[in-house]
Design a protein around this ligand. Structure first.
Ligand code: KIV
Length: 290
């Protein structure tokens, strides 16, 4: 029988033989590389469920409970209908399933934009209800006051600039950002404003590679790219995209697995055996004791 020690400050549910300390937000903030050659990039993936968190956690610095769960888990058309209740339930599951990575949780659309006070109430609710270490919110200069308000009150904030999916209606789609000089300047100003306001890291999504490079060089906090540049201080992807769960993925996704193929093949094999009455076999049934 093994004896496990649970370090309850870092582990919620998974007993590990060697207690581990979670990656902290200041440790992430300190991982600024400034570009290729500047140090090891941060590794971030999304997670929405306990089992995925358990599997991804040892490999990641950050697990993001992204509001992309609206599309990935709930089949919603965008992130706009995602609720704070959804985020809270999935965030708690991810914290229960992890003991190493820092868990960051998205503030969903409509739960933080009205005022810094509204953002504080939602962030406090999500951090209390889930155990996540930080929140992420979308927006640049317009959200700088809110980022400062939260940061000064002990809530670490990750920013998100460039292609901000919650603004899909205003942006007119999910295309890459920064094709005009005005857009390029706005994106860089957004990142600078959020960093100055106290964000500990910033996601740069769907921005032209030279803009991501300029941002990584100029902004003093880690820039985590998605559809951005290999020179960023880190990378993030939606886990189900990179695992190959979906047929259609954005151009910037690389598939590292074929989860759809594995699931389809297993379901087909199971269905065939049930229909042929070859499952269950004697190994999978209970018989009366002799
Ligand atoms: O919601 C999400 O998953 C995200 C990442 C794609 C950065 O914001």
């Amino acid at each position: 029988m093994s004896t496990y020690t649970i370090d309850s400050s870092t582990s919620r549910a998974t007993p590990v033989s060697a207690p581990m300390k979670r990656v902290t937000i200041p440790a992430i903030r300190a991982r600024k590389t400034g570009g290729a050659g500047g140090g090891e990039p941060l590794v971030m993936l999304t997670a929405y469920t306990v089992r995925m968190a358990q599997l991804l956690d040892p490999h990641c610095d950050i697990l993001l409970v992204g509001d992309s769960l609206g599309q990935v888990i709930y089949g919603l058309p965008s992130t706009i209908p995602v609720t704070t209740e959804m985020m809270e339930a999935h965030g708690a599951a991810v914290v229960r399933g992890s003991y190493h990575a820092a868990v960051v949780i998205d503030l969903p659309f409509g739960s933080y934009e009205a005022s810094p006070e509204q953002a504080f109430a939602t962030a406090a609710r999500l951090m209390k209800g889930t155990g996540a270490a930080a929140v992420k919110l979308e927006g640049g200069t317009a959200m700088a006051e809110t980022v400062a308000f939260l940061s000064r009150r002990g809530i670490p904030v990750m920013g998100h600039v460039g292609l901000t999916p919650q603004a899909v209606n205003a942006l007119g789609g999910y295309g890459a950002r920064g094709r005009s000089d005005a857009e390029r300047q706005q994106i860089l100003e957004d990142a600078r404003a959020i960093a100055e306001a106290g964000a500990f890291a910033i996601v740069a999504e769907g921005v032209l590679a030279p803009i991501a490079d300029e941002m990584t060089a100029a902004v003093p906090v880690p820039i985590i790219g998605i559809g951005a540049s290999a020179n960023c201080d880190g990378q993030v992807l939606v886990a189900e995209d990179m695992l190959g769960l979906f047929e259609r993925v954005p151009r910037f996704v690389k598939r590292y697995g074929d989860m759809a193929g594995v699931i389809s093949a297993a379901a087909e094999a199971y269905a065939g055996e049930v229909r042929a009455r070859s499952f269950p076999t004697a190994d999978q049934i209970y018989l009366p004791k002799a």
